[in-house]
Design a protein around this ligand. Structure first.
Ligand SMILES: Nc1ncnc2c1ncn2[C@@H]1O[C@H](COP(=O)(O)OP(=O)(O)OP(=O)(O)O)[C@@H](O)[C@H]1O
Length: 259
């Protein structure tokens, strides 16, 4: 039997009287692409925030590579190889593209990004490795040629790719993406899908939250559907598209993408 990379058991989050996530269970296996979908306010971001320890769980357990990571500090979770992107772009406008990606490396090294200029030899060595890794990551998202441009001068869709490059610079075991397609035009969306599939071929595992059903149905191995904090369905894209419970939850909204 395959061993899950991520095991979510009975996961629950209460914000005061609101149960944002309610006894959710699912697994993610290595090299899978798993989508989490659900109407607005369903609890999707809260779920990702609990996995990365930005939000503390009220109940339940998160295991990663067989070990509990429930209640760990965010940097400890990152150290174990879980990275993420956010719903809103987190780009440092006054840094170049490659520097933006290097930030993802330094979150996990001892010296830290901003000590690089002081000439400490370990920091300098870290910086060299970070630069090389960042260039490699930029190559994977097709942005190597833009490495020296200020990130703010890139179009929105390419800034999103800078974030993806930053999230993979440390070669993580699991990448969490929170609405990666938000704000992208059609050409950019197609490119992002291509990149995610390319990264999967290189061994990456993705868990992502998304409203773009065309992407979700086209790219996911399995889909987890959440409504009002509760998992109401889990299955392949085909299973989810014909699940009456899911169709009812979306109240007739289009969950089957247009051809
Ligand atoms: N920090 C918080 N304090 C109080 N309530 C919160 C907090 N964060 C989220 N909630 C509530 O938890 C519920 C789930 O929110 P969440 O953002 O996880 O949903 P979502 O599925 O990601 O929504 P969307 O698709 O609109 O991004 C909502 O009712 C929201 O108002």
């Amino acid at each position: 039997m395959r061993t899950p990379l991520l095991e979510i058991s009975n996961l629950t989050k209460q914000f005061g009287g609101v149960t944002a996530v309610n006894k959710v269970n699912f697994n993610v296996f290595p090299n899978e692409i798993i989508a989490v979908i659900g109407p607005n306010g369903a609890g999707k971001t809260t779920l990702i925030n609990m996995i990365t320890s930005i939000v503390q769980t009220s109940q339940g357990e998160i295991k990663f590579s067989g070990e509990s990571i429930t209640g760990r500090k965010t940097h400890e979770v990152a150290k174990r190889g879980i990275t993420r992107t956010f719903q809103n772009l987190q780009i440092f406008n006054d840094m170049t593209v490659v520097e933006n990606v290097m930030v993802g490396f330094h979150t996990r090294t001892k010296s830290g990004f901003f000590s690089g200029g002081f000439g400490f030899s370990s920091a300098r060595k870290d910086n060299k490795i970070a630069y090389e890794k960042a260039i490699e990551a930029l190559g994977l998202v097709g942005l190597k040629d833009r490495k020296d441009e200020l990130a703010m001068n890139l179009p929105y869709g390419l800034q999103r790719l800078v974030e993806i490059a930053r999230s993979i610079v440390m070669e993580p075991n699991l990448v969490l993406l929170d609405e990666p397609m938000a704000g992208l035009n059609q050409k950019e969306s197609i490119e992002l899908v291509r990149i995610i599939l390319r990264l999967r071929k290189r061994g990456y595992t993705f868990l992502f939250v998304e409203h773009d059903m065309e992407m979700v149905m086209g790219i996911s191995d399995r889909i987890i559907v959440i409504e009002n904090g509760v998992k109401i369905a889990e299955g392949t894209p085909e299973e989810i598209q014909r699940d009456p419970v899911v169709i009812a939850a979306y109240l007739g909204e289009e969950i089957i993408p247009h051809a």
